[in-house]
Design a protein. Structure first.
Ligand code: HEC
Ligand code: HEC
Length: 369
């Protein structure tokens, strides 16, 4: 491990030197370091570490390495934290990335963390990364958008998708990401890649001009995104957990002893079968959109406290967006506690919505920001 890390340092030093010959002015500007963010007390740091394990490890991995589930990116790559204005971490953590498995964790949008806790977790991630931050300007990066599009389709679409939708890499056309990431932050990621992940350092192969062009092209996809503030719904009470309490039990044909298809679940819902639907995602995304009648029982629930609120004799179906990781996790926990009648929606809620099946949407007001 140490030798790999050393190789990466040597490699990025070499790259940095090379770049400094290509464009000394941008290099100098890129590498003015700024003080680390606020250091946490031992107590706060321990709490942030515990929150990380409870809320984030499922997808981003126990050691912040990323890719534990659903292509969640690394939360320890050097370049992310070097270029990182804390907001580049705080924003996705607080508000999520719409249309991806990354939900918002801030209480204001219906998540489990307070504002202080989201800041502490952000600072903790910076400190854990152990890198110096680089001062990036907030000026726009200028480039030829048409040429940038060609560069994008030739070099980036295979991983990030023809329309920036993300295939096995983050969605670069995502409005929530483009609204918060500055041009320089994006350019830094392109130039230096993300160490220890599949994202290459394009400074080694593309010209500076083309890096600017593709940055400008990505920026041109941001068509104004205004922050939406949810009108938070009350959580359902235990006596509302069972849908169609007078209906018949469904008779699902489960694959691998646990997965129910979206088609079968829809038929059961339309047939008014007696069921409990568990939304296992972070609670803020239940506020945004969920299957009708579902209750938010997120993957980080303390299942000992949940104890007997869930009936054992009713068919339980859990779902998430990742597309099964969180729901599998919850069903494993329940089965260990004697809940035999449990299943996971195979397609997840995104698959369900892509099939055109109905969902309930939350109410939003456009926030002044
Ligand atoms: C081999 C697959 C692959 C290719 C090709 C690729 N990327 Fe990436 N890219 C990734 C992955 C994976 C990540 C996320 C890495 C992480 O942080 O874990 C990423 C991250 C990024 C990010 C940072 C996103 C963020 O929100 O932090 C940007 C910007 C980016 N890529 C742009 C590009 C551009 C522009 C190109 C083409 C010049 C490109 N990528 C080509 C795989 C790829
Ligand atoms: C259910 C899976 C899941 C969980 C749990 C999760 N994330 Fe994510 N996260 C993702 C995915 C997927 C993305 C990439 C979204 C995209 O395509 O832009 C992401 C992106 C991010 C990013 C943006 C990184 C970048 O390179 O731009 C940050 C920061 C982040 N997550 C932090 C967290 C933190 C902190 C937690 C815990 C509080 C957390 N996430 C929990 C799936 C998850």
């Amino acid at each position: 491990m140490a030798s790999i890390a050393r190789m990466m340092v040597v490699k990025s030093l070499g790259l940095a030197l090379l770049l400094s010959f290509w464009d000394p002015s941008s290099y100098a500007q890129d590498h003015e370091t700024i003080p680390p963010p606020r250091k946490l007390t031992t107590e706060l740091s321990e709490r942030a570490a515990a929150n990380y394990q409870r809320y984030c490890a499922l997808c981003h991995g126990a050691n912040r390495e990323g890719y534990a589930n659903d292509h969640a990116p690394s939360l320890r790559s050097e370049s992310l934290f070097q270029s990182g204005v804390p907001h580049a971490v705080l924003r996705p953590l607080s508000y999520g990335r719409e249309g991806t498995a990354m939900g918002g964790y801030l209480d204001e949008v219906g998540g489990p963390l307070t504002l202080d806790e989201t800041w502490d977790l952000t600072y903790w991630l910076f400190w854990e990364s152990g890198v110096d931050r680089v001062k990036l300007s907030t000026n726009p990066v200028h480039g030829d958008i048409r040429r940038g599009k060609v560069v994008y389709q030739e070099n980036c679409a295979s991983c990030h998708g023809v329309n920036g939708e993300g295939v096995n890499a983050p969605a670069l056309g995502n409005q929530s990401a483009l609204a918060h990431n500055t041009d320089e932050f994006i350019r830094y990621a392109i130039r230096y890649g993300r160490n220890g992940t599949p994202m290459p350092a394009w400074g080694e192969t593309l010209s500076d001009a083309d890096i600017d062009n593709v940055t400008a092209f990505l920026r041109s996809r941001a068509s104004g995104w205004s922050m939406q503030k949810p009108v938070l719904k009350a959580m359902p009470a235990p006596d509302e957990y069972v849908i169609n309490p007078d209906g018949e039990d469904p008779d699902f044909d489960l694959t691998e002893g646990r997965y129910v298809s979206a088609t079968d679940l829809l038929a059961a819902m339309q047939g008014k079968k007696r069921m409990v639907l568990l939304d296992t995602r972070v609670t803020s995304v239940w506020q945004r959109v969920h299957l009708e009648g579902s209750i938010p029982i997120p993957y980080y629930t303390n299942f000992d406290e949940l104890a007997d609120q869930l009936p054992k004799d009713v068919q339980i179906v859990a779902y998430c967006s990742c597309p099964r990781a969180a729901a599998d996790h919850v069903v494993n926990k329940l089965r260990r506690r004697g809940y035999e009648n449990t299943a996971v929606l195979y397609e997840g809620i995104f698959g369900w919505m892509n099939m055109g099946y109905p969902v309930m949407r939350g109410d939003f007001e456009v926030a002044a920001d």
